[in-house]
Design a protein around this ligand. Structure first.
Ligand code: SF4
Ligand code: SF4
Ligand code: SF4
Length: 243
């Protein structure tokens, strides 16, 4: 029986999530015994055109040409997966203040430059996405888990808990209790609360968890800090998602 054909593509991003896949090392070789990675620009020289059984897409389109390419990949793929915050949420390319886009273009490229760029959006703004692997970067074990679930004929499930759950497991003191902002309560778990354990807040790179009580968190944040700071927190990863 032929093995499922997997393809990995990227649009605008830093490629950090693909590097996470590379860093699977021996586990990637084990995975390759069960699937054929038939197209992966970053990982191999010989690449095949579609159709594909599973297409994993990192990054997000920022030109109409890229949107068209994404739509073609969707047509060629049985299952399409978004890899990382840029694909799932708009991520780093979406941090730009779109109201100042024209001003930035003028400053950087001069008056004559004709911009082709469009606002970075999550992949789901353009095509049906079957599953999102969250994170900036993703947790590479999560990539293995999702592919293994698909190979077993199961529909992968999202983590049903917030970053706070893992933060408590890690034994961290809650930042909110110390009047420091944190988006952990509304953010999907899966990163083992790595930022908080390292002394930083959660900026929500795993996206909103299902049933996130955003309004309740905002009430707390409003008592801790000002609107400008709250906007800054939400603009890191969540400014293209509905809050
Ligand atoms: S999600 Fe983060 S690590 Fe992954 S491609 Fe985007 S910026 Fe890079
Ligand atoms: S520090 Fe953040 S992630 Fe940890 S428990 Fe408090 S709110 Fe949740
Ligand atoms: S703590 Fe928050 S910002 Fe940090 S990796 Fe986890 S979800 Fe992302």
């Amino acid at each position: 029986m032929s093995k499922p054909k997997i393809a990995i593509f990227e649009f605008t991003d830093c490629e950090g999530c693909e590097v996470e896949i590379v860093s699977l090392r021996e586990k990637l070789l084990v995975l390759e015994k069960r699937v054929d990675i038939v197209n992966w620009r970053l990982g191999q020289e010989n690449n095949q055109p579609g159709p594909y059984d599973v297409t994993i897409i990192e990054g997000t389109p920022i030109t109409q040409d890229e949107v068209d390419r994404l739509k073609k990949l969707r047509e060629e793929s049985k299952v399409l997966i978004g890899l990382g915050a840029c694909a799932c949420l708009g991520g780093i390319p979406a941090i730009i203040d779109t109201k100042k886009r024209k001003e930035f273009y003028k400053k950087i490229y001069g008056e004559k430059y004709k911009p082709r760029g469009i606002d970075a959006m999550p992949l789901a703004a353009y095509v049906k996405v079957d599953f999102l692997i969250h994170g900036c970067p993703v947790n590479n074990q999560e990539v293995v888990r999702i592919i293994s679930e698909l190979l077993a004929g199961r529909t992968p499930q999202y983590r049903g808990y917030s970053v706070c759950f893992e933060c408590k497991q890690a034994g961290n003191e809650c930042r909110l209790l110390n009047k420091k902002p944190c988006l952990g309560p509304i953010t999907q778990g899966g990163c083992n609360a790595v930022c908080i354990s390292g002394g930083s807040p959660c900026y929500g790179c795993f996206g909103n968890r299902e049933g996130a009580e955003v309004k309740n968190l905002l009430k707390i944040l409003n008592k801790i800090t000002d609107q400008k700071e709250i906007d800054r927190y939400f603009s890191m990863f969540l400014n293209r998602t509905k809050n």
